[in-house]
Write a protein that binds this ligand. Sequence first.
Ligand code: NAD
Length: 261
Amino acid sequence: MTLRGKSAVVTGSTSGIGLGIATALARQGAAVMLNGFGEAGVIETIRDGLAERSGAPVGFHGADMTKPAEIADLMAAAADAHGPVDILVNNAGIQHVDPIERFPAERWDAVIAVNLSSAFHTIQAALPGMRAGGWGRIVNIASAHGLVASAQKSAYVAAKHGLIGLTKTVALEAAGSGVTCNAICPGWVLTPLVQRQIDNRARDQGLSVEAAERDLLAEKQPSGRFVTPEQLGEVTLFLCSEAASQMTGSSLSIDGGWTAQ
Ligand code: NAD
């Protein structure tokens, strides 16, 4: 499969899962617009390294995905640089862990904005061009928490369940147009987002980081292993393939058995 000639946007791709997916898309030849936060020099090293290794055009736009005007600018910049967006991966996400009585309203708003509303804005911007071209792939990075809940993650669980609902609605509205919309639901992936939770668990329970990591996996993920960003990149490539052209509105669990329980 080659994605040469396709224009892709991956939100939140300066680290973790988004970077794994952007790498997989660029290696198949897609022109990729990266997005996310981080130190400018580090991001430029990532962008330049990916462009060199893949031979594909790779750009960067630092839109804050809580801000609709910046999201509009990201989508316009991607289309200007690489052509109308064919592949949209809504991946940017943040977490906040607190019981609901103590959950700061400002963190609720931020989690919903980044993890859910940003996907509404990017899809609204990209879908007309995908329809016009008769081909498009929208991949929403939800979570096992889009299917089941955990205590103390009210905003994240609500946003991820919402993202799966948005996925289904977009799939229905786009059905028959050549555009598909699916969600990927990873279990634990060892990224900075999860490392923070492991470090907090180690601190709160007086454990070593290794013991906290084992506990975290044992609690939810029967395989006892982390999912990797590279594996999620491969799943995204599958969703971009011809084999997946009739697959739309689906939620794919890649979670070591988490949601089979
Ligand atoms: P990460 O912290 O490594 O990466 C998050 C990315 O989003 C970074 O590039 C960051 O800069 C960017 N980002 C955060 N806030 C942003 C904002 N306001 N505007 C623009 N970019 C922003 O996290 P990750 O684990 O790779 O998470 C990626 C996605 O995968 C998230 O949606 C997360 O919910 C989901 N997910 C992660 C796991 C896991 O175990 N790590 C499991 C299931 C789902």
